[in-house]
Design a protein around this ligand. Structure first.
Ligand SMILES: NC(=O)c1ccc[n+]([C@@H]2O[C@H](COP(=O)([O-])OP(=O)(O)OC[C@H]3O[C@@H](n4cnc5c(N)ncnc54)[C@H](O)[C@@H]3O)[C@@H](O)[C@H]2O)c1
Ligand SMILES: NCCCC=O
Length: 483
């Protein structure tokens, strides 16, 4: 497959190149080879993208929801037809196994375009009768939205931001992560092919400073970031300068609580899905696995057995189910955490090493006897490292689960449904799971509380974050005044 894109940026309905920007090598994580080169946006490219998105605002907002929705649904259809090629590209961009990308990434992107395409015509205001007078509300777009993406789900993030933004009548300039710049260009190309007018969805490349330069431009009305908490703090602060709307999808250190009465096979599945999918590079992962003491050893034994089924290798091979870390840098960060876990006294149950193969692979790693104060239990690792902690009571588990500045997700495995709902109510997290983990359908809201974020993606809730209400008071009779 050709991995070199036509050009680095997609602006105003076409590919645009400017090789005077800083070179960004695209590295295939499975081999370490450079598979493409793109160039960071220069100030002139940033200006071109913002000007195009600004100019497109009026025409796009003036279209009916039905017209906009039809374009989004057509884009969804094209994505589904090209699922194979898009999945292969996602695997080159991220290193995630094709076994995953072929069912998750373009699929989830298409779901989002289809869902918000379907909702577009139903984005309306309301009528409020006040005696003989009345108020009506108009749900209006915010204007120009900037999207900034992380590297773990490049297609999904480009769509999860673009689809609701465009459905509500906004335009977008999207900057993917410099680590995975390829997939968002395809999203832009497909939206344009589906009929989105030039300038409605633009993609420009770049490192952090390019993202920073977008946020404070006076034409920008909203910033939606998917990234780490430290970046979120900077982006949030920069957006505040112009009182811009924000959506912040940030990091996590989520708890997964497994009670003695849980179905152990399902609980082990949940722990695997919540720690090792995408080689552990998932924001919502349940990396603090609290296991009630009565089943701790049985859980660890069965987990070790199930981990025999891990197949590392060329991620483009559909039989491979575990890919490399996205980059050498991320691999080094995760190895640093593993070393800390060992140094601070956690028991290494399995993994912890780089296998003898090219690329940025790391074995799935499990630590047991982890305590709440250890670094691996407190900080987001963003790699395939599971920490198993044990507990006695429900109250204790809930208090310890919530003892973190993060609040992205939380899960519970138990056969006691009353307890399950009590736990879900008590978790300080934006997304909770009962007897499952990490499902993220477009119909459900996704996002974090506490430092894990602001706002929600997906579901009808996302409409609130990409539109604003205008109230219009209408008097039908004469108007009295004091003088
Ligand atoms: N909550 C979610 O939905 C979600 C989803 C995926 C990833 N994440 C989080 O993303 C992180 C991993 O991704 P990452 O390493 O790419 O994150 P990151 O914070 O390093 O970078 C995210 C994006 O922000 C840009 N950026 C960096 N500094 C900036 C600045 N000052 N102004 C504007 N933009 C700037 C980067 O270029 C990149 O495009 C993890 O913390 C993970 O939990 C969250
Ligand atoms: N599939 C949802 C992933 C979002 C965070 O990484």
């Amino acid at each position: 497959m050709k991995t070199q894109p036509t050009a680095s940026h997609f602006i105003d309905g076409q590919y645009v190149e400017d090789t005077s920007g800083e070179e960004i090598p695209v590295i295939y994580p499975a081999t370490g080879e450079v598979i493409a080169t793109v160039y960071s946006a220069t100030p002139a490219i940033v200006e071109q993208a913002l000007a195009a998105a600004h100019a497109a605002e009026k025409e796009w907002a003036a279209m009916t929801g039905t017209e906009r929705g039809r374009i989004l649904r057509r884009a969804a259809q094209i994505m589904r037809e090209r699922n194979h090629d898009l999945s292969v590209l996602e695997t080159y961009d991220t290193g995630k196994p094709y076994q995953e990308t072929s069912v998750v990434d373009a699929t989830s992107g298409a779901d989002s375009l289809e869902y918000f395409g379907g909702l577009a015509a139903a984005i309306t205001g309301e009528h409020i009768q006040l005696g003989e007078d009345f108020v009506y509300t108009r749900r209006e777009p915010l204007g120009l939205c900037v999207g900034i993406g992380a590297w773990n789900y490049p297609t999904q993030i480009a769509c999860w931001k673009g689809a609701p933004a465009l459905a509500c009548g906004n335009t977008m300039v999207f900057k993917p992560s410099e680590t995975t710049p390829l997939c968002a260009l395809k999203v832009a190309e497909i939206l344009h092919e589906a009929g989105a007018p030039a300038g409605v969805y633009n993609v420009i490349q770049g490192y952090g400073p390019v993202g920073a330069s977008l946020i404070t431009d006076s034409r920008v009305d909203k910033v939606s970031l998917t990234g780490s908490v430290p970046t979120g703090k900077k982006v949030y602060a920069a957006a505040a300068e112009g009182i811009r709307h924000v959506t912040m999808e940030l990091g996590g250190k989520s708890p997964l609580v497994i009670f003695d009465d849980a179905d152990i096979e399902n609980a082990v599945s949940g722990a695997i899905l919540g720690n090792f999918y995408s080689s552990g590079q998932v924001c919502s992962n349940g990396t603090r696995v609290f296991v009630q003491k009565g089943i701790k050893e049985a859980f660890l034994t069965r987990l070790a057995e199930r981990l025999q089924g891990v197949k590392l290798g060329d991620p483009q091979d559909p039989e491979v189910n575990f890919g490399p870390m996205v980059s050498e840098k991320q691999l080094g960060i995760v190895e640093g955490y593993i070393a800390k876990g060992i140094a601070e006294g956690a028991r290494l149950v399995c993994g912890g090493k780089r296998p003898d193969m090219a690329g940025f692979f790391l074995e799935p790693t499990v630590f047991a006897d982890v305590t709440d104060d250890m670094t691996i239990a407190r900080e987001e690792i963003f790699g395939p490292v599971m920490s198993v902690l044990d507990f006695d009571t429900e109250e204790e588990a809930l208090a310890r689960a919530n003892d973190t500045e993060f609040g992205l997700s939380a899960g519970v495995f138990t056969r006691d449904l009353s307890r399950a709902h009590r736990m879900a109510a008590g978790f300080e997290a934006g997304t909770c799971y009962i007897n499952t983990y990490n499902d993220a359908p477009v119909e459900a809201p996704f996002g974090g509380s506490k430092q894990s974020g602001v706002g929600r993606e997906n579901s009808k809730a996302a409409i609130e974050h990409y539109s604003q209400i205008k109230g219009v008071y209408v008097r039908t009779g004469d108007l009295e005044a004091p003088f």
